[in-house]
Write a protein that binds this ligand. Structure first.
Ligand SMILES: [Zn+2]
Length: 89
């Protein structure tokens, strides 16, 4: 498996099945509601946080777009380039 991008090569491929474990895979801010785009993920919950947060917000969300997915089970952060979706198989 050496034909992927450099980023994917740096991490073992991870197969994600969101239907099987919908609460395991999270955006870096802990949401499970993210959507896939071409090369990264987009999180409507982050988008909403960005719109609603004021200067007193505890969590400062800087972007609704992410290039990493967090595995809630292991706490590991997985680069999007290393992710494969079971639904694509
Ligand atoms: Zn999010």
């Amino acid at each position: 498996m050496a034909d992927g991008s450099a980023l994917a090569d740096a991490h073992d491929e991870v197969v994600i099945d969101r239907e099987d474990e919908p609460y395991r895979w999270r955006c870096p801010n802990g949401h499970t509601t993210w959507d896939r785009t071409n090369s990264h993920l987009w999180c409507p919950s982050c988008r909403r946080s960005m719109e609603q947060q004021g200067r007193w917000s505890i969590m400062q969300v800087e972007s609704a777009e992410h290039w990493e997915i967090v595995d809630e089970k292991t706490g590991e952060t997985i680069p999007y380039a290393a992710v494969r979706f079971a639904e694509d198989a």
